[in-house]
Design a protein around this ligand. Structure first.
Ligand code: PEP
Length: 249
């Protein structure tokens, strides 16, 4: 039985004051939660998370990482820095980074390797656009995205991955994949993981992301291969984020 995981992706939102209110609100309601929970925050706020969340049940992480070691890479944040600020997780290959920063599968794979080398758990995002879904290419696209990572890290690292299926057309749009649509892709992703490492694949968490809200979270997470959620908009309100965490049994 895989313990469910709910991760908030704050994207480029927050201020020290708003973060403190949000984090304290989440912490107040987190007792007795059955699912594990984390927030992935903008890099400047990692220190605040370390201050407020150390010793609590709420883990934290980054939203991106460099594939490089420390050095002359202006503007980048490397994996050892995330680790230095107590991160457990880092989101890698989010569709917004693929779309706005030209991140291709091979770069995503190298970033995943950097995260693993620093002892972080990468949350590897995969997902198809609406045009790709309508052209019947969903499995080809998400399969290639995951294959690039598996080819990089190899079978022995499969158990260290978290995968997030995030259909691009569902992110921030209010459109959600139906539980059946999401389950179909999640099952296919787990099958790919099995081909790489059959034993490890059973324990890999495959999260769903894309307009997951308190009112649709339970149905999505009741699917056999949906092991939690990667939450954007609804992670910015403590009550909504907590409701999703509670929906994850
Ligand atoms: C995301 O950005 O990872 C996401 C799932 O966003 P939203 O929940 O707002 O669709």
């Amino acid at each position: 039985m895989r313990q469910k995981l709910v991760v908030g992706n704050w994207k480029m939102n927050g201020s020290r004051a708003a973060n403190a209110t949000l984090l304290n609100g989440i912490l107040e309601g987190l007792q007795d939660a059955k699912a594990a929970a984390a927030v992935c925050v903008p890099a400047p706020y990692l220190h605040q998370c370390q201050d407020l969340l150390t010793g609590t049940a709420l883990a934290w992480g980054g939203q991106d990482v460099s594939c490089q070691q420390p050095g002359a890479y202006t503007g980048e944040v490397c994996a050892s820095m995330l680790q230095d600020f107590g991160c457990r997780y880092v989101i890698i290959g989010h569709s917004e980074r693929r779309a706005y920063h030209g991140e291709a599968n091979d770069l995503v794979a190298r970033k995943v390797q950097s995260a693993l080398d620093a002892g972080l758990t990468p949350i590897v995002c995969v997902g198809e656009t609406l045009a790709q879904r309508e052209a019947g290419q969903t499995m080809d696209v998400v399969g290639a995205q995951l294959d690039a990572v598996l080819a990089q890290v190899g079978p022995d690292a499969v158990h260290k991955l978290v995968v997030a299926y995030e259909p691009v057309w569902a992110i921030g749009t209010g459109k959600t994949a139906t539980p059946a649509m999401a389950q179909e892709v999640h099952a296919a992703l787990r099958e790919k993981l099995r081909v790489c490492n059959a034993e490890a694949a059973e324990n890999v968490l495959v999260l769903y992301g894309g307009s997951m809200k308190p009112d649709n979270a339970a149905d999505l997470m009741a699917q056999p291969d949906i092991d939690g959620g990667l939450i954007g908009g609804a992670a910015l309100k403590a009550a909504d984020f907590l409701a999703i965490i509670r929906a994850a049994q």
